[in-house]
Design a protein. Structure first.
Lengths: 253, 212
């Protein structure tokens, strides 16, 4: 029977693992390759690596780093951050990632997603959509690590990315990210109803009920989380964790 | 390291993740190399046909690299055991809707796009973990636990025309053929190399398979 994926999202800064709150204040968590080993042992469904400094530094996530992850990971993983050319995608896939995650370039470079999907197949191209409400305004798509408002409506943008050939959508609420207060469920639901490709809910998951709600009420095909899988307890002690088989069964019940 | 199996030759035709397939065999103690030319394929004792991407590109790449005839000769004339993974399974079919081109035709099967009715619940591509009910009599699949979950990522799937060639069935709104084969030919729609330990038994069976 098909089971929705539960995906730890691991953020990178200077090749160290960090965790943010609302895309800000990256806190150092530990060594990313060590995290991969732990997630191997816990049989995580899939991993997503995002280099949060890559775009600002005008480079893609390191292919050498992706290779190091690929040599360790026993599960599929996606990599993103600063990817803006076809040859960069090729290098990252060659290095061992199952999928690339495109963000700023998908919005800024006309036809980029289409070209990428044609070259590598839709299933290898995920588009990340970061969403925030502008002060006194409507929700819109943000790019460049949440720094630049595009004026684009998230649902229309999602449909556009689907028609260009994106294989799945990684939808993050900037306001909820790192808060552990729950996803932006309305956003997930609206996008999931508008497209026929998988939608991954991200940003704000704090407990298993949030996972359940995203899947069973909002039709997310997969749920992603950062804080939930790297923190433990009321003081947010760093502890890599992941639900076991029994827990996963009970989550989606 | 058990090293009792024959060497595994992975056909590199520029489609998808060869490294992780090779690593899986090495991890389980077998010799595995990836090759990209006619001569090397012709020397193979056991072939793995991996692959991710567009069916027509797969055919085109195999042909332009001179690998198509080599693989076909090995599998059909010399009866070299072959394991197809994802696109590698689909290439064993007679024809695919994806690009409207012909495959190897080792299996009497057609590759079609997912045709789901509930488009809200069953998104395509089918990405994620799913089980497969596998044949209890086939040499490769007989010990696979029906509870096992495997990693899938695909928009197209196989439709076998011969009952005997259906070796496993997976449900995604409807049942589709996720494992297929005959004799020395076996193909899986999922990724054994990315499914934690779920498909290790299948990998071992393939690596240790002896032709009769």
């Amino acid at each position: 029977m098909f089971r929705p994926r539960i995906i730890p999202v691991l953020l990178l800064k200077n090749l160290g693992l960090v965790k943010t709150i609302q895309f800000k204040n990256p806190r150092y968590i530990g060594d990313p390759i060590n995290a991969v080993k732990l997630f191997n042992d816990m049989k995580a469904d899939e991993l997503v690596f995002l280099d949060i400094m890559a775009h600002a530094e005008g480079r893609p996530i390191s292919a050498d780093f992706v290779k190091a992850v690929g040599d360790e990971a026993r599960m599929p993983f996606a990599a993103g951050g600063g990817i803006s050319t076809i040859s960069q995608i090729e290098q990252i896939l060659k290095a061992g990632a199952e999928r690339v995650v495109l963000n700023s370039a998908a919005a800024e470079k006309k036809g980029f997603v289409q070209e990428a999907a044609k070259a590598f197949g839709s299933s290898t191209i995920a588009v990340s959509i970061d969403v925030k409400k502008k002060f006194l305004g409507k929700q819109q798509v943000y790019i460049k690590g949440g720094k630049l408002a595009t004026g684009l409506d998230p649902v229309s943008y999602a449909k556009q990315m689907e028609s260009e050939g994106a294989g799945e959508l990684f939808v993050t609420s900037i306001e909820m990210e790192g808060t552990m207060q729950g996803y932006d469920f309305e956003l997930i639901k609206n996008i999931s109803h508008a497209v026929t490709i998988p939608v991954i809910a991200n940003g704000g998951a704090g407990n298993f009920d949030h996972f359940n709600k995203a899947v069973n009420e909002c039709y997310a095909s997969a749920v992603a989380a950062g804080s939930r899988f790297v923190y433990h307890g009321p003081r947010n002690a760093v502890l890599i964790n992941y639900p076991n088989e029994q827990e996963i069964k009970s989550i989606f019940g | 390291m058990n090293n009792t199996g024959e060497k595994i030759t992975i056909v590199d035709y520029g489609m998808g993740n060869i490294r992780s397939v090779q690593r899986k065999f090495l991890e389980l103690g077998y010799q595995a190399e990836s090759v990209d030319n006619y001569e090397a394929v012709m020397k193979a004792e056991k072939l793995v046909l991996p692959g991710v991407g567009h069916f027509a590109n797969g055919v085109k790449n195999l042909k332009s690299r001179g690998l198509w005839d080599a693989v076909n000769e090995k599998v059909i004339d010399q009866k070299t055991p072959v394991l197809g993974i994802c696109l590698g399974l689909q290439l064993m079919a007679k024809h695919s809707e994806e690009g409207d081109v012909e495959g190897f035709g080792w299996l009497d099967a057609e590759v079609v796009h997912f045709d789901v009715k509930d488009k809200l619940k069953f998104k395509v591509p089918h990405i994620g973990w799913n089980s497969a009910i596998a044949s209890k009599t086939n040499a490769f699949t007989k010990d696979l636990n029906p509870e096992n979950l495997y990693y899938f990522v695909h928009s197209y799937h196989l439709v076998c025309r011969i009952e005997a060639e259906i070796l496993g069935v997976t449900n995604y709104e409807y049942d589709f053929h996720s494992i297929a084969g005959r004799d020395h030919i076996i193909g899986v729609q999922f990724h054994p190399e990315k499914s934690h330990e779920a498909a290790n038994d299948l990998i071992n069976k393939f690596a240790l398979f002896k032709r009769v």
